[in-house]
Design a protein around this ligand. Sequence first.
Ligand code: OFO
Length: 169
Amino acid sequence: MLSEKMLEGLNNQINMEMQAYYTYLSMSAYFEDQGLKGFASWMFHHSEEEMTHAMKIYDFIHSRRGRVKLTALVTPPSEWEKPLEAVESALHHEQKVTAAIHNLVKVAREEGDYATDSFLQWFVDEQVEEEEVVDDLIQKLTLIGDFSPGLYLLDRELSENVGEEDEEE
Ligand code: OFO
């Protein structure tokens, strides 16, 4: 059985992952509009990952006989001044998600809930990767600056990477 505090934290985390899904999807739409198809599919692919994160927690709550409660999502931003600004806001969001996951681990440990602690370790590792890939994109965009051919090449690289990831799944 999950404690009430643990259950509330996990339900909040579902909302956060869904919010991430919605935010990356909005970024994908923004990049489509900018004609940057590679960025758009990278963001779309990432939004789908966020939905799988939400569903992992959804399933876990049920497997512990808890009650899932879904809550409202906030309208995500839809415009950014430039690609770098959009990707920086993605990193900011990931950092908030990481902090929330760490807080859930803390609650699980305080309560001696080893099953939830163990379940959350996948998310702890995943967040390291999530922050790394987004930060990598920020570094590349910073290097490119206002050099449009560089942006074009990065966009192409991203569309190729997304294709490769899909083949591996
Ligand atoms: Fe769910 O990992 Fe990003 O937010």
